[in-house]
Design a protein around this ligand. Structure first.
Ligand SMILES: Cc1cc2nc3c(=O)[nH]c(=O)nc-3n(C[C@H](O)[C@H](O)[C@H](O)COP(=O)(O)O)c2cc1C
Length: 505
């Protein structure tokens, strides 16, 4: 790729808002997107595109896998499995038919890294797939994507057509005895469709339900043939590794996790969005240095939900932890595909756990009992607690259920879904106890338990809460403490949000 790639990107709308949001990142994959004049093949060639493929084709498939192994690339789709290890298993399989799939399902809320890469640099994904196909000996590949990702679908369709026209796809690619065809397969869209065995079921025309592993897809995948499935971001890293070498890739990162990662940061943070940083930087660096700290200066950071809907929470006190697969797992969270939801002190951890468990329960495919029944039962108990109907012994029951679901579920959804509950119980147990014992939500996050009250001793008498109330339930006069009329209050929280001094409890 071009020599400018690690420099801060040129001014963008985000940079105008906060230069640090761009300047404090280390942009590799995103920098290439910044440099492209368009998503056309010619633009991609201008920034050094398909140079990695050329280098790969000059080597043997074993050497290609060895270079990816030396780079230390781990899959970006969630599990962090070493890419080369999977490729090597598949390469060694003796089969005339092998497949390679780009997983762009991305069904978790708030995540759009794959979408962004496919929409803004589709040839990078195609190049990664081509190199992977050459390494494992696959003749056919598929990009598995949700049809509602309109911009990404248009981009990848156009890029595949151009790559075919210019001989990057088809027979005798780059004058070598290497043939590879690439097509799109549309995902029905559910979260579970991104799980690799469920994804295979979708392409085969079956219902999106996972199957037990082993056998792993690398040995027995699509139509029973050896199949490699990688995330879009994983593929986007392959071309640069082949073009610039494994040492270049390893320069960034920490421990067993090399290179950069794209994160989708959202929540109560000043600047949210997609950003790229080396693996191993601290959570605090991402939140404070890149994202500019908390959205409201009067509210402190409480926790960050890391790893998508089935990830776990990291409390503010542990935000110096490196953002890396293993350290996050040790704390009860996971890096996952790189989603982060930043929560300030106004967020209730019990409601947060209920929300994510409800998401997973809804998304459960229903095939295995622990996930189908276990997650629903956990959701019901958490709902009771957030409505002030918690019982003594609930926390012990929840822990037991969550642990059982984690170890006995068939696939990664059920195995990781209890993370939000278990991690929040670990770090915020007192908050759960207050809900059960006092039938009170300390943050007013649980609607059923809300009783808004102006703290007279902290009220600055500014009256900003009054116009924010849609039910006209607040009375206020100049130099007077505001009053909330309980009978008319609809518990919407607008006053709580509007108070700049945190004086509403
Ligand atoms: C419920 C569930 C949803 C998943 N969704 C995705 C997804 O949208 N994209 C993705 O790349 N991997 C997803 N995965 C992980 C895949 O099963 C698989 O591990 C991944 O595509 C492998 O690619 P990688 O090694 O490059 O990370 C999901 C896993 C689970 C359990």
């Amino acid at each position: 790729m071009s020599d400018h790639e690690e420099k801060p990107a040129q001014a963008s709308s985000s940079a105008a808002v906060n230069g640090n949001f761009i300047a404090k990142q280390t942009r590799r994959l995103l920098a290439i997107c910044d440099q492209l004049e368009s998503i056309d093949l010619d633009s991609y060639l201008k920034v050094g595109g398909y140079r990695g493929l050329k280098q790969a084709l000059a080597r043997s498939p074993q050497q290609v896998v060895a270079q990816i192994a030396a780079a230390g690339l781990r899959g970006r789709g969630g599990g962090g499995f070493p890419t080369a290890r999977k490729w090597e298993v598949c390469r060694r399989e003796k089969s005339a038919e092998k497949y390679l799939i780009g997983n762009c399902n991305e069904g978790g809320p708030g995540a759009y890294m794959s979408r962004f890469l496919v929409a803004n640099n589709p040839h990078a994904i195609i190049e990664g797939l081509l190199i992977g196909a050459y390494a494992i000996g696959a003749g056919q590949g598929y990009v598995f994507i949700r049809p509602e990702y309109g911009d990404a679908v248009i981009a990848i369709k156009q890029a595949i057509a151009q790559a075919r026209e210019k001989g990057y796809l088809g027979s005798g690619i780059m004058g070598r005895r290497f043939d590879f065809a690439l097509d799109l397969k549309f995902s029905p869209g559910e979260f579970i469709c991104g799980e690799e065995t469920a994804l295979i079921a979708c392409i085969e025309g079956r219902r999106a339900m996972p199957t037990a592993k082993p056998p792993h897809p690398a040995q027995k995948g699509l139509w029973g043939k050896p199949t490699i499935i990688n995330n879009a971001e994983t593929y986007a890293n392959i071309g640069p590794i082949m073009a610039r070498g494994s040492d270049w890739f390893r320069e960034l990162g920490a421990g067993q996790s090399k290179g950069t990662k794209i994160f989708a940061v959202t929540g109560n943070v000043k600047h949210s969005g997609l950003l790229e940083a080396p693996l191993g930087v601290s959570l605090r660096y991402i939140l404070d240095d890149i994202c500019g700290g908390m959205e409201k200066k009067t509210r402190k950071l409480k926790a960050v939900q890391v790893g998508g809907p089935t990830g776990g929470v990291i409390p503010a006190s542990l935000c110096d932890t490196p953002v890396d697969y293993d350290p996050l797992k040790n704390l009860g969270a996971m890096l996952g595909p790189g989603g982060m939801i930043v929560m300030d002190e106004g967020v209730c951890m019990v409601e947060m756990a209920r929300y994510f468990l409800a998401f997973s329960a809804d998304e459960s495919c229903g095939k295995c009992t622990p996930c189908r029944i276990g997650l629903k039962t956990i959701q019901e108990i958490l709902t009771r607690i957030t409505e002030g109907r918690g019982r003594e012994g609930d926390l012990e029951l929840l822990t037991e259920l969550a642990e059982d679901v984690s170890w006995s579920s068939l696939c990664g959804l059920g195995r990781t879904a209890p993370n939000a509950l278990l991690s929040s119980l670990r770090y915020f147990r007192a908050e759960y106890e207050t809900h059960i014992r006092d039938r009170r939500c300390p943050t007013a996050g649980c609607v059923a338990l809300r009783r808004y009250l102006v703290a007279a001793e902290r009220c600055k008498k500014c009256g900003q809460c009054q116009p924010a109330c849609p039910a006209a339930a607040i009375s206020w006069q100049k130099k007077q403490v505001a009053q909330i009329d309980r009978d008319n209050c609809i518990k919407c929280g607008s006053c709580y949000e509007a108070c700049p001094f945190g004086s509403i409890d």
